[in-house]
Design a binder for this molecule. Structure first.
Ligand code: UT7
Length: 327
């Protein structure tokens, strides 16, 4: 068997819902501005005692249940996040243990909002190469804890949640093509500046809130539209498919205007594009697997469908995967 397929999906979002009117209470913003500029209405935020691993654990449990598999049936756990529980050890190790998996491979991947696209490519490649038979791939984020909640440019955008898939070796291959890219020449466009080896945390960095997300929104917006289009085109080319072959497109949920602009160019009608940004905001590496999980649950993804997953984010980074949904 040299193919791979998805045999389980699941997601989880924290109970607390913060809607646009809640944000109006402490930010100079409005429901009208947020809705028209982003398409967001609500987002989920963790409580103080919830960490990324807690969300990841719940999503992984749901995905394993839908696959009817036990944690020890899995060979490796991969977790994509920008905000792990700790700088180290890897949050995936904690999640695998809490699930009850023993001695399994577990590691984190950090490539910001493109995490799930990169993760899907890496995990699929490991299975197609025969290294592992089954992998749980999770995207999980608690960005409400990483934003400056007084910065209206970012606080309104980000939400918390987790999505997970179970990948399994298969005769027929679901992985049809992947295009990944990055440009690290301008990290300041979207980053958390302090906390790493370049600029360790100090009183001075904390005082100027360098431990919070900083984003040049307009610049990122322009890049996002271009790269979503390019990545989708190239991944389809590698899969020897046309835009008209796409049954379902599942984009990173960063801004409804970004999604609409890209869909227009790609000539993908709205009914073929999965959008849940109004409920979750931008959940970074979790946004695509959450959207997939909801789309599968709602019957919007059917056996034989050609799906394009496409994402972009900090790095800057971007990518798209073309996937055939197995029976
Ligand atoms: O997943 C990671 C990737 N991230 C993204 O893809 C985000 C990409 N960027 C965006 O989605 C958009 O740039 C934002 C939603 C962040 C901002 O929307 P925009 O249409 O680009 O607004 P802008 O930054 O150009 O600001 C327009 C105006 C400004 O006021 P002035 O200077 O024209 O008077 C801002 O100060 O809107 C103001 N503004 C706000 N007003 C009310 C900015 N944020 C807000 C706000 N509420 N929350």
């Amino acid at each position: 068997m040299t193919g791979v397929k998805i045999v389980g999906v699941g997601h989880y979002a924290p109970e607390r819902i913060v809607d646009n009117h809640d944000l109006e209470q402490w930010l100079d913003t409005s429901d009208e501005w947020i809705t028209t500029r982003t398409g967001m209405k609500r987002r989920h935020w963790t409580s103080e005692n919830e960490a990324t691993s807690d969300l990841a654990l719940a999503a992984a449990r749901n995905a394993l249940a839908s696959a009817k598999l036990e944690p020890n049936d899995i060979d490796a756990y991969i977790l994509c996040t920008v905000y792990p529980d700790y700088l180290f050890p890897a949050t995936a190790c904690i999640v695998a243990s809490k699930l009850g998996a023993r001695d399994k491979a577990a590691f984190d991947m950090e490539i910001a909002c493109s995490g799930f696209i990169y993760g899907l490519t890496v995990a699929s490649s490991m299975i197609r190469a025969g290294v592992y038979k089954r992998i749980v791939l999770i995207g999980a984020e608690t960005l409400s804890k990483l934003v400056d909640r007084t910065d209206r440019g970012t606080a309104i955008l980000f939400g918390d949640g987790a999505g997970a898939v179970v990948l399994e070796a298969a005769v027929e291959d679901s992985f049809l093509g992947s295009e990944l890219g990055s440009d690290g020449s301008r990290p300041e466009l979207l980053r958390v500046e302090t906390g790493g080896s370049r600029l360790p945390v100090s009183h001075a960095t904390l005082d100027r809130k360098a431990d919070r997300i900083h984003m040049e929104g307009r610049e990122v917006f322009k890049f996002a539209v271009t790269k979503m289009i390019e990545a989708t085109d190239r991944a389809l080319e590698k899969a020897h498919l046309q835009k008209s072959d796409v049954d379902v497109l599942i984009p990173h949920q960063a801004n409804k205007r970004i999604i609409d602009a890209a869909m227009k160019y790609l000539e993908i009608p709205p009914e073929r594009c999965v959008v849940n940004i109004q409920e979750y905001g931008n959940t970074s590496a979790a946004s695509i697997p959450i959207a997939l999980s909801e789309a599968v649950r709602d019957g919007r993804v059917k056996p034989g469908d050609v799906i394009v997953f496409v994402g972009f984010g900090g790095g800057l980074s971007w990518g798209a995967v073309v996937w055939k949904w197995a029976a």
